[in-house]
Design a protein around this ligand. Sequence first.
Ligand code: NAI
Length: 332
Amino acid sequence: MRIDVFSAKPHDLVFMREAAKGINLDLQFHEARLNPDTARLAQSAQVVCAFVNDELGCDTLAVLSELGVELIALRSAGFNHVDLRTAQQAGIAVARVPAYSPHAVAEHTVALILTLNRKTHRAFNRVREGNFALDGLMGFDMHGKVAGIVGTGLIGTVLARILTGFGCEVLASDPYPSAECEALGVRYVEMDEVLGCADIITLQCPLTPDTHHLIDDAAIARMKPGVMLVNTSRGAVVDTRAVIRGLKSGQIGALGLDVYEEEGDLFFEDLSQSYIPDDVFARLLTFPNVLITGHQGFFTREALRAIAETTIANITQFQHTGAPLHPVTLPE
Ligand code: NAI
């Protein structure tokens, strides 16, 4: 069975080959992002393996369908970038990796929170320049602060465990409360209460039509002045222009992002010898209280190993039974 792996980075080669050891699969790696133009690279593939910024809209799917691709195996939990209806109509199955390491993303979220709070990114540079002045570096005790988690699935639950460990009071909003979170003392409230009461708000919900621009001007206006907002879910959960307005007015006191709504043209590439083609993103980089990482929440060796193993399991199950281990289906 031939599998064409798109957006393949050196670490993908290592972990995918390791997971496929001893299994008769023909893995073909492409550095290119999958889009309607590059889809033809998957000539004679039965499976296309895609990542978060690959384009899986109707144009790409039309090409893949014409080529006879039977399965799209996502190396991600999120599947917002796949036109599921078109895939279903074309008879192409879609699989994902529902859980690989919720710890990886939850811990990265905490890294962003602590860095923004204690300004270790700025302290690092200062100390290396022999500047030991403390002005501008003051943070706050996490203990006793109110943290609001939007979405307490796998990642949100791990995050709740860590934040309660710090002594935070944790509020959460989720249509499906988690018993584990409730046992930790997390209090489920309406989204408005999360927005109005939290000192730190973190977004751990998927991107869906309901959560698109969940954080907009109106939501920001309801937040506590000086709130810290962290998004490690999907970029478009946040309206970036609204957040820039919130930063300029001081309503948002600190912003941590691992995802960005237009990240497809930026993230995972080295643009250091070029320029940043996105003026909104470039504006974000001018704020001293903004910390951005390039979608690296998932990037631990444990997570990469689990992603590769589950992806290969999805493919072999599909090979043997005609259905992947973790199918993505259209909502009812
Ligand atoms: P999950 O499916 O276990 O949990 C998502 C939770 O969000 C569910 O409990 C769901 O009920 C809740 N939810 C849905 N709509 C909501 C709304 N409108 N308001 C509040 N809660 C809502 O997913 P998991 O594994 O925890 O991942 C969450 C998201 O994190 C993924 O969908 C993905 O977009 C993102 N992610 C980011 C990564 C990164 O590297 N930064 C890596 C992996 C996932």
